[in-house]
Ligand binder design. Structure first.
Ligand SMILES: Cc1ncc(COP(=O)(O)O)c(C=O)c1O
Length: 365
């Protein structure tokens, strides 16, 4: 595979993002050039494209708390709520009382974080590993399941188990109702405009492959380009590489700086009328980088490209509002947000289904 850095001329023409259910040799754009790391995304604004293209790179634009909210949380004048009696399990409060832990006082409308109460929700944390109580910090890989999730799954097999949308008997009705209620819940959770925009899949990887093998094969061809970033998980690289190999399209990769921030100027240069799809992560699984998704989506739409946002890591940390983000697809896995393994979500804008006959089959009831 040859790796060549290509820098396209900038495109100023604004295209209708809903137009052209439109058809990349893999060319990886080389990074850097020995310049100093750029500490904030704001400074990318000076890197060769119009600042006006990226509006409001405030923390809120990333779905993060505002400066004022953080200041309030860290206010030294704030008082710590008293612990609930002797023998408290609020270990950090006890440490603060004894002066053993030098931390800023927290002020919040919420009660203090009761780690033992949270642990009690997760039966697996009663397990001992190497003679110690289990501590699980690998939530980016997968989460342990709270009792309420385990109970709901058991309840399905005890009271509802049947095929959905396939039969007229009582159990089928119960199973179908539960399935559709879950779809409504997910639609509400993501602020989708309709639950028909929600397709249940087995996880993020399957969701991305589904888009690549349906919409992608029907709308991407030789000469077209797909843009991803250096931050992508394997699951958001391989399906696009395979699609490029199949169709003759070109895969382009946006570099990041030494802080792991997407170089927005380089991204802008890669966006052309040949760009048919941009697929990137909202939060990096390796670096934790929070990408300026809303702005990157708007930039892609300006050249008429569709955008898939990989929410596998963001969905558990940021508020998801697919209408505000204006992404064409948003994908995530249940197992990373305390749900069971083997369930995931593909959100697709209504128009993205109409552009792809084979994808359309998946959101039917
Ligand atoms: C950013 C990102 N995308 C995609 C995936 C793939 O998720 P899954 O294995 O649940 O399909 C992961 C898993 O770690 C991830 O972190």
């Amino acid at each position: 595979m040859g790796y060549t850095c290509h820098q396209n001329s900038r495109q100023h023409k604004l295209l209708d993002s809903t137009a052209g259910c439109g058809k990349p040799h893999v060319r990886w754009c080389g990074r850097g050039n020995g310049r100093n790391p750029v500490a904030s995304t704001r400074s990318k604004l000076s890197e060769g494209f119009e600042p006006g293209l990226i509006a409001g790179l405030s923390p809120e634009a990333y779905g993060l708390p505002s400066e004022a909210e953080l200041q309030k949380l860290l206010s030294p004048a704030a008082t710590i709520p008293a612990s609930s009696g002797s023998g408290s399990s609020f270990y950090f409060i006890d440490e603060l009382k004894s002066g053993g832990f030098n931390s800023p006082a927290l002020s919040s409308a919420h009660p203090p974080f009761d780690v033992q109460a949270v642990r009690r929700d997760f039966p697996i944390l009663k397990e001992r590993v190497n003679g110690h109580p289990l501590v699980w910090f690998d939530n980016a890989a997968t989460t342990q399941k709270p009792q309420v999730v385990i109970d709901r799954i058991s309840s399905f097999y005890e009271h509802e188990n049947s095929n959905i949308h396939r039969a007229a008997h009582e159990l089928a009705a119960r199973a179908t109702d539960a399935y559709e209620k879950a779809r409504d819940t997910v639609a509400h959770f993501m602020n989708a405009s309709s639950s028909s925009e929600i397709v249940f899949v087995r996880g993020t990887t399957e969701a991305i492959n589904l888009v690549a093998q349906s919409w992608g094969q029907q709308n991407i061809g030789a000469g077209d380009e797909i843009v991803i970033t250096w931050l992508e998980h394997h699951a958001n690289i391989v399906p696009w590489k395979q699609l490029c190999d199949l169709t003759g399209a070109t895969l382009r990769v946006v570099p990041v700086d030494d802080d792991g921030q997407v170089l927005l100027g380089e991204y802008q240069k890669l966006l052309t009328t040949r760009t048919k799809l941009v697929s990137f992560t909202q939060v990096s699984n390796a670096l934790g980088t929070v990408t300026p998704a809303k702005e990157m989506i708007a930039m892609a739409h300006r050249v008429g490209a569709r955008v898939l946002l990989d929410g596998a890591q963001s969905v558990s940390h940021l508020r998801v509002d697919v209408q505000a983000l204006d992404c064409d697809w948003f994908v995530f896995s249940g197992h990373k947000i305390f749900g069971p393994t083997g369930i995931g979500v593909l959100y697709g804008k209504a128009v993205s289904f109409s552009c792809s006959p084979s994808l359309k089959n998946f959101n039917q009831r």
